[in-house]
Design a protein around this ligand. Structure first.
Ligand code: NAD
Length: 455
């Protein structure tokens, strides 16, 4: 078995050979990734079902289609992205060629989480390949079926000289991080992100951190409450709440809350029927450890469960749950819930909701539901978050034209579409000068006489 440093040396040698740089090579690998997904759909869906009981519809939408769209977008735009970008000149550079050249960074590391174990590993990979890098791919060990599929398929479809998969958990990742990379792209929790930064610091390795946090959703009184309940419930209970951009908690007035609870009750019945535990359209919590953590938060909560609340440890099931009368210092408000528990907190006004959100860490996404565009614009103007979406959730991340990433504690750096290509490219400042106009150049050479400044 090759050691990490031997594998990395092989990738570094490949990178230095320049093989990954031509557009033709990048295009061929992106096309191979496309083929990998198309030829192995059943295998991928099977693994996602084994790991998370992902409903087929959700898996196709959020793991397959999103990566396929990203690949098509990259293939359509690659030539354009790779062009040198000419910049405006100053008098002293009038006859020079001045441009920005996007160059690959080298050998990069992509570390993925378990909640969308294919999407969150392969979407950054699209950007890294498009930008011409060699890549070490580290899937999450928590979703072991998907980890095995990635380890099996990547070497079959992508060039093994340029792309390699390293499996394992925290210890293997720590060992991997002792090596020098040209960039680390990490998606996962804030606590592990600190270890990643510490490991990167001695080697001054640049890092992108795609983290989580508590994404708020403010629901204004001027709203179609049934439509709002549909959109809120779908975005919250998709993947059983294990989405980094899921609404973590709702802020609304007491009056809106009293309309929202029955609306959510109706919608949950429509979505998942009388016996949600038997409904195939609900995923499961990824592991007993995560199930225990979420149930611990619920057990300690001072909030009142008004919908759901049932659970089953053996099948890692937790019902879509709604809580009211949740105090600000509640267990559910201390950390990202990352599960199907939805606390509804009451505020008296838009301004109070804005203050509430601004008194906390900047979230990865922030949602506002209102018929009144001035309310939407006020919240947009007065808050900060990685992404923003009005009258829906999650959906903004499906657009390759929008950058996806956090701000503050929800992470730094971004990707998707051109933004991913940029993240994995060095923007090299180039000035090509010839030998003309040497007399003009002479104006800057010593001796620095006064008349040279007055020129
Ligand atoms: P995690 O941080 O536990 O694990 C992510 C990766 O880090 C895995 O590959 C794991 O093997 C590795 N890892 C774990 N411990 C490590 C250590 N001590 N040192 C080095 N590597 C280590 O995260 P997770 O539980 O898989 O994911 C959940 C979190 O990720 C949530 O907070 C969620 O909000 C966040 N998330 C963010 C995004 C985003 O795009 N911003 C997307 C999905 C999930």
């Amino acid at each position: 078995m090759e050691t990490h440093s031997a594998v990395l040396q092989k990738l570094r040698n490949t990178f230095r050979s320049g093989v990954t740089v031509p557009e033709k090579f990048r295009r061929s690998q992106l096309t191979q990734l496309l083929t990998l997904i198309q030829e192995n759909e059943e295998k991928i869906l099977g693994a996602l079902h084994k790991d998370l009981s992902k409903p087929k519809f959700e898996a196709i939408l959020s793991e397959l289609e999103i990566v396929l769209n990203e690949l098509h977008f990259a293939l359509s735009n690659l030539r354009n992205w790779m062009q040198d970008e000419h910049v405006s000149k100053i008098l002293a550079t009038k006859v020079d060629e001045c441009f920005v050249r996007r160059e690959p960074l080298g050998v990069v590391l992509i570390i993925g989480p378990w909640n969308y174990p294919m999407h969150l590993l392969l979407l950054p990979l699209v950007g890294a390949i498009a930008a011409g890098n060699c890549v070490v791919i580290k899937p999450s060990e928590v979703t072991s079926a998907m980890e095995a599929v990635i380890a099996e398929l990547i070497p079959k479809y992508l060039s093994p000289d340029c792309f390699t998969v390293v499996c394992g958990g925290a210890e293997e990742t720590k060992a991997l991080l002792k090596n020098k990379f040209d960039h680390i792209f990490y998606t996962g929790s804030q606590s592990v992100a600190r270890s990643i930064l510490q490991a990167a610091a001695p080697l001054l390795t640049p890092v992108t951190l795609e983290l989580g946090g508590k994404c708020p959703c403010f629901i204004h009184e001027r709203v179609d409450i049934i439509a709002a309940a549909h959109r809120l419930a779908w975005t919250k209970y998709f993947n059983l709440g294990q989405s980094c951009v899921a609404p973590d908690y709702v802020l609304c007035t007491k009056e809106t809350r009293d309309l929202l609870v029955p609306a959510l009750k109706q919608v949950l019945l429509e979505f998942y029927g009388e016996k949600p535990q038997e409904c195939p359209d609900l995923a499961r919590i990824v592991s007993p450890k995560h199930w225990t953590r979420i149930m611990g938060l619920l057990g300690k909560s001072k909030g009142k469960v008004v919908l759901g609340g049932e659970s089953d440890e053996d099948s890692k099931y937790i019902a879509p749950t709604v809580l009211v009368d949740v105090p600000e210092d509640d267990s559910l408000m201390q950390e990202e819930i990352f599960g199907p528990l939805l606390p509804l907190l009451t505020v008296s006004s838009v301004d109070e909701a804005i203050d509430f959100m601004n008194n906390r860490e900047k979230p990865l996404a922030l949602y506002v539901f209102s018929d009144d565009s001035s309310v939407v614009n006020t919240v947009l103007k007065k808050t900060s978050s990685g992404g923003f979406c009005s009258n829906d959730g999650i959906i903004h991340m499906a657009l390759p034209g929008l950058p996806f990433g956090g701000v503050g504690a929800s992470g730094f750096g971004n990707y998707h579409g051109r933004w991913g290509f940029e993240t994995f490219s060095h923007k090299r400042a180039v000035l090509l000068r010839g030998w003309a106009l040497e007399r003009l150049n002479g104006l800057r050479y010593p001796p620095y006489t006064d008349n040279k400044l007055s020129w």
